[in-house]
Design a protein around this ligand. Structure first.
Ligand code: UN1
Length: 517
């Protein structure tokens, strides 16, 4: 193993060339299929993980349920105190975990660290929340009666997370779920098992120190069959799934069929709209980060750029020259802005999307090929050139506009009226993030109002990617309507009871109904 990799791994307690158990339910086990963690930058195998066998998965599901049954009685502020200790332990390993994200997922280190910071932020939020998970008192129509709404712990929450945010998305779910009094079971992407093992070790040490079952935050690594079994299990009360529209559609059906709760965070096909009065000094770098940052592998990455005709030539020229300055590199190096795609398969998907653009007559302004001739060890990595394309026309029903490709490909269209750009923004199946650049308040009003963007995230003079934890995160339409993280998202992680309580000496029926013989 290269020194760059073994250094990062040893900082999080993973020996070089090791084979690790990938299942945790209070103890570490693992005798299922072997998962290989492959470094996207060099192609080397970082470690091997023994995933969950069917029996181990069943045991973990049972232990999760047992853990929920004891954990739900611990008062919420005490659960918040445990979360505070988890927050401290994570902050203590912020840089090391950030480097591990960078090594295993391939995003640049600053973004890897940012992801751990996002977990810390949502932990802070949920610690406060643990003293504020309030219900309501409602006026009853009956004398001497009161109605209260009571939030209670829900049960077992399974989190199926994607490779692109191998720590943060779990963090959003775990923090709320733990504060809410649930047991959480994590099924991470099979390609980022090391991140999940490192995080689970940190959390389990805190749980055990507090005399709480480690299965409050369990882990099952594995492939498709493990994911399917978790989704199908009657022991799982809620499934929070982040991933593709195709898989999310199946997950939604299966969970709905057994009347479980589901929270879906699926495709993003996010647009930025640039008005003629926009501050280009701010807008151009924001589009650059949105489209090229994380090598285009965020759900919130900018994939579509709609430019007003008046500023289009200048914008394109300046954006293209920023693209020309980007060199692919080791994401662990501080100067690197562009890391690899996560898998070799993704390089093929990138090439297919470029070919489709070419076939349809699009003009490729920059990029359009995988990176060739890179020096060792980067020649083993999945590097592609960030690409700007101008399709022949903006028919948003065309595949080039309507399909999400998880790679740094930006399609540009030119408009004359804001209405046109908003129609394009809304004309695709997905509805996660969107961004308008303008100084005119009237445009802002239109954009955030009923005739504006139909996405879950509607920004003004802020790019499509890089949401903070304070607001509820998620999207509409084929993005799945899920909401995670801040805002009122916690309300999904509890079961609500409407309790009518009679303090009087009579027992009247509602609506004045009489029912006496
Ligand atoms: C995702 O890509 O699934 O807003 C999550 C952002 C990040 C989270 C993205 N805070 O880009």
């Amino acid at each position: 193993l290269s020194t760059r990799a073994s250094t990062v791994l040893s900082e999080v307690g993973i020996p070089a060339d090791s084979e690790l158990p990938g299942v945790y339910h209070g103890e570490w086990v693992g005798s299922g299929d072997i998962l290989e963690s492959v470094c996207p930058t060099t192609g080397e195998i970082l470690a091997r993980v023994r995933s969950a066998s069917p029996q181990e998965l069943q045991t973990t599901l049972e232990k999760s349920r047992d853990a929920y049954i004891s954990f739900r009685s611990i008062p919420a502020p005490k659960r918040g105190e445990i979360l505070r200790q988890i927050r401290v332990a994570l902050a203590d390993k912020r840089e090391e975990l950030g480097a591990l994200v960078s090594l295993e997922m391939g995003k640049i280190k600053s973004e890897g660290i940012g992801e751990v910071q996002e977990f810390i932020d949502i932990a802070d939020y949920a610690i406060g929340l643990s003293r504020m998970m309030n219900g309501r008192v409602i006026a009853s129509e009956r004398q001497g009666h009161n109605i209260i709404e009571v939030p209670n712990p829900l049960g077992v929450v399974a989190v199926l997370s994607a490779f692109n945010f191998p720590i943060a998305v779990y963090g959003w779910n775990l923090a709320l779920s733990l504060a809410a009094g649930n047991a959480t079971l994590w099924k991470p992407s099979p390609t980022t098992p090391l991140c999940s093992i490192a995080v689970t070790r940190i959390i389990s040490a805190v749980l055990e120190k507090n005399g709480v079952s480690g299965a409050v935050a369990g882990l099952v690594t594995g492939g498709k069959s493990v994911g399917e079994a978790v989704v199908e299990s009657q022991d799982v009360d809620m499934v929070s799934f982040t991933g593709s529209e195709a898989v999310g559609r199946q997950v939604g059906k299966v969970v709905q069929n057994r009347f479980g709760k589901v929270l879906l965070e699926l495709g993003g096909n996010n647009a930025s709209i640039i008005m003629p009065d926009a501050d280009l000094d701010l807008a151009i770098p924001a589009v650059f980060f949105g489209a090229v940052g994380t090598a285009g592998q965020r759900c919130t990455s900018t994939r579509r750029l709609y430019l007003h005709r008046h500023i289009a030539p200048t914008f394109i020229e300046r954006l293209t020259s920023l693209y020309a300055s980007v060199r692919p590199g080791d994401p662990l190096n501080q100067a690197t802005l562009l890391g690899p795609l996560h898998t070799r398969t993704a390089v093929g998907i990138y090439s297919d999307a470029i070919n489709r653009l070419r076939d349809e007559g699009a003009q490729i302004l920059t990029g359009g090929t995988p990176h060739q001739g890179l020096e060792k060890p980067l020649n083993g990595g999945n590097f592609v050139m960030p690409t700007i394309a101008i399709p022949m026309s903006v028919n948003v029903k065309d595949v080039v506009w309507s399909q999400e490709t998880f790679a740094p490909i930006l399609c540009v269209g030119i408009f004359d009226e804001l209405e046109q750009a908003i129609a394009w923004n809304n004309g695709v199946p997905q509805g996660l993030s969107s961004s308008l650049w303008t100084k005119d308040l009237r445009n802002v009003g239109r954009w955030i109002g009923p005739e504006g963007s139909d996405a879950g995230i509607v920004n003004v003079n802020v790019g499509t990617s890089g949401a903070e934890i304070g607001a509820a995160f998620g999207g509409n339409k084929s993005t799945g309507w899920g909401r995670e993280s801040g805002g009122d998202a916690w309300k999904q992680y509890v079961r609500w009871s409407a309790c009518t309580i009679n303090f009087s000496d009579k027992a009247p029926l509602a609506q004045g109904v009489q029912f006496s013989p």
